[in-house]
Design a protein around this ligand. Structure first.
Ligand SMILES: NC(=O)c1ccc[n+]([C@@H]2O[C@H](COP(=O)([O-])OP(=O)(O)OC[C@H]3O[C@@H](n4cnc5c(N)ncnc54)[C@H](O)[C@@H]3O)[C@@H](O)[C@H]2O)c1
Length: 335
């Protein structure tokens, strides 16, 4: 099979997970070669094998135009929009890390650039590709437990102190925890239940300069459904890291819960036996799955229907409405 050629723009911590994805595809006989890497820090360009190296994005574009099928943008969030737009204008398909951009206007500009250039743009909203999301979509679509009643998504991450120039903890560069961490759950909520009619949020600012870093949101839908999500990245010693996803239906619930190395993933009917969902929806690496999906779409000329840039833009719109609500003391913001 003839392969795809790609380059990384930004080569920090998340690229390790993406590289695993490309390695897996190569081992499976779907060749993707990492031909070029760009990072402003020279030390991030060491041990990159045969790849061509650049310390400036403009030099990368000038050197790689016409040579690569796509770029994988793993830059800090404030650089996503302009870099993705120029990449598409220079002829590359684009996979860009979440969150899509810092403003909804920038997200719209990115979507417009994809339409104008005819290039594929996908935001790496990895959680859509995990087995929890796959199971929930399946239960909703097939009505296995009937209609959804409510949902709760909870995500606690350790404080992100590993980044270049500490950019995660600068609200103007990352958008803070609501845009960076919580957007995973905002995006899953949207994927499962659509765009809410309104949101109401509370948030705290604990770490100086990082913006709202603990958030709790209620989502209200036009069909009367009500769901809830919380996120927090202020815990420094997050030994008992935990996340919770619970979707309640009229006939039972799905639960995905991790705590201190323990993991439960089950479907619990109102009556009858509990189903271990790990046996139905095999555990997967969602980074690999998002990369598998994106590269297959490019290769086969298919639209990225499972994760459209328009839906990623809506996730930013919802997250920003949550921020606004929190700033207004929990006022209900209509979308
Ligand atoms: N999907 C996930 O679960 C997940 C997890 C972590 C990070 N992310 C996202 O991935 C992106 C990158 O995060 P990270 O953790 O890898 O951050 P990072 O700070 O480790 O890496 C960013 C890299 O970009 C480089 N860089 C900065 N400015 C540059 C410029 N002008 N030109 C070239 N290179 C430049 C830095 O040197 C750094 O190596 C962010 O959007 C983040 O939100 C996603």
């Amino acid at each position: 099979m003839s392969g795809l050629k790609m380059g990384f723009i930004g080569h920090g911590s998340i690229t390790g997970s993406h590289r695993n994805g490309y390695n897996t595809l190569n081992n499976e006989g779907f060749p993707v070669s990492i031909d070029a890497v760009c990072d402003i820090r020279q030390e991030k360009l060491e041990n990159i094998g045969e790849s061509r190296a650049y310390t400036s994005i403009q030099d990368f574009f000038d050197g790689e135009e016409g040579k690569l099928d796509f770029v994988d943008i793993c830059l800090p969030t404030f650089l996503h929009a302009d870099t993705a737009i120029e990449a598409m204008e220079r002829g590359f398909h684009v996979l860009v890390e979440k969150p899509m951009a810092l403003t909804y206007e920038d997200c719209v500009r990115m979507c417009e650039a994809a339409k104008r250039t005819g290039k594929t743009l996908m935001v790496a909203q990895c959680c859509r590709f995990g087995n929890f999301a796959i199971a929930v979509r399946d239960y909703i679509k097939k009505g296995i437990f009937g209609k959804p009643k409510t949902a709760c998504l909870k995500r606690d991450g350790g404080t992100p102190r590993w980044s270049w120039n500490d950019w995660f903890l600068k609200e103007e560069l990352s958008g803070g925890a609501i845009l960076d961490l919580h957007v995973h759950d905002v995006d899953m909520m949207q994927d499962f239940f659509g765009i809410p009619e309104a949101v109401s949020s509370g948030a705290s600012r604990i770490i100086p300069g990082d913006g709202p870093d603990i958030v709790s949101t209620n989502y209200y839908y036009s069909n009367g459904l009500f769901t809830h999500s919380t996120s927090d990245w202020t815990t420094e010693n997050n030994k008992y890291y935990g996340s919770l996803g619970r979707i309640d239906f009229v006939g039972g619930y799905i639960i995905s819960a991790s705590f201190a190395g323990q993991y439960v993933f089950a479907a619990v009917p109102s009556k009858g036996d509990i189903i271990d969902l790990n046996t139905v929806y095999a555990p997967n690496d969602f980074y690999t799955e998002e990369i598998r999906y994106f590269t297959r779409c490019i290769k086969e000329g298919l639209p990225v229907d499972m994760c459209t840039p328009e839906s990623s833009a809506q996730s930013i719109r919802i997250a920003l409405a949550e921020k606004e609500s929190a700033e207004r003391g929990g006022e209900r913001i209509t979308l």
